[in-house]
Design a binder for this molecule. Structure first.
Ligand code: ATR
Length: 271
């Protein structure tokens, strides 16, 4: 019987997940489908409460339904529990289970692109304090990073992350960022700045360590103004597309029983 999974969100027309999973299904000769389900916010609770009726064996969840999915599941992985957000669902013995694979996606992308990124890494700077920032901070702390400086336009949101993660997180006002880049060896943008249609992220990178890695979770365009500036300075850069591809791996493995690879061919396809 054909196994079916989907991306659930609102809207979902732009989602690249069907391309990613469709590629892997064909590559591995699996009798499966991966589609899109656009579910209105008013309808998401009922949809998840009777997930089995959807005909899906599992799903990815995107904006704005990650918190609803968190509330709907019978069991959670520890990452999803810590982040309060679920992006991967599957049915197990008739019960809906949930995980959050964004942390895996972020770390696996850095590991693949710059395997030495965490060596001797004392302090990292994370720009932004939304849901994506939370996943990045969780990942950095799980790798033993001593301190994560979180710079955000709205300081209170960065302070809330310190309340959640503890003293390793140092919240700073966006406007005081300049003074925090001295010696920094990893800078991660989690804001929407630099995304197509948004203003560029325009910061002075001159204080960064010459061996610093600059990473962006934005992937449209692939080379954001931030990454272009970093590259022009001779710094290592890691784009956001890999995070999207790597976060898809655990879900595919769970639904279809094969651990897929993130290849250059897949990157070209999804771009
Ligand atoms: P996500 O869950 O995808 O991370 P989010 O919760 O909307 O999305 O967070 C977006 C992040 O981008 C926030 O850190 C936001 O800053 P505020 O908390 O001050 O809103 C940041 N951001 C968005 N537009 C921005 C802008 N024009 N200048 C500075 N930061 C911006």
């Amino acid at each position: 019987m054909t196994r079916r999974a989907a991306i659930i969100g609102h809207p979902v027309a732009h989602s690249r997940s069907p391309l990613i999973h469709g590629h892997w299904l064909v590559q591995h000769g699996i009798d499966g489908e991966y589609g899109r389900r656009d579910i209105e916010p008013e309808a998401i609770d009922a949809f998840l409460a009777d997930f089995a009726a959807s005909g899906l064996i599992g799903a990815n969840v995107t904006v704005p339904h990650k918190e609803a999915a968190f509330r709907a599941v019978a069991a959670l992985d520890p990452v999803a529990a810590a982040l309060g957000a679920v992006n991967t669902l599957w049915l197990e013995d008739g019960h809906l289970n949930g995980a959050n694979t964004d942390v895996h996606g972020f770390l696996a992308n850095l590991d693949a692109a710059e395997p030495d990124w965490a060596r001797a890494l004392g302090e990292a700077v994370v720009l932004g304090a939304g849901g994506a920032s939370r996943a990045v901070i969780y990942g950095l702390i799980s790798r033993g990073i001593g301190r994560v400086v979180v710079a955000n336009r709205t300081l209170a949101r960065a302070q809330a992350l310190r309340d959640q993660f503890g003293a390793q997180v140092l919240p700073v006002d966006w406007r005081d960022l300049g003074g925090r880049l001295n010696g920094c060896r990893l800078l991660v943008n989690t804001t929407s700045l630099g995304m197509k249609g948004q203003p560029p992220l325009d910061i002075d990178l001159s204080a960064l360590s010459p061996d610093a890695v600059v990473s962006d979770i934005v992937y449209v365009p692939l080379e954001t103004p931030l990454l272009a500036t970093a590259r022009a300075r001779g710094l290592k850069t890691v784009d956001g597309l890999g995070m999207l591809l790597h976060q898809a791996v655990p879900g595919f493995e769970r639904w279809f029983g094969v651990r897929p690879q993130v290849t250059a061919e897949l990157r070209d396809l999804v771009l």
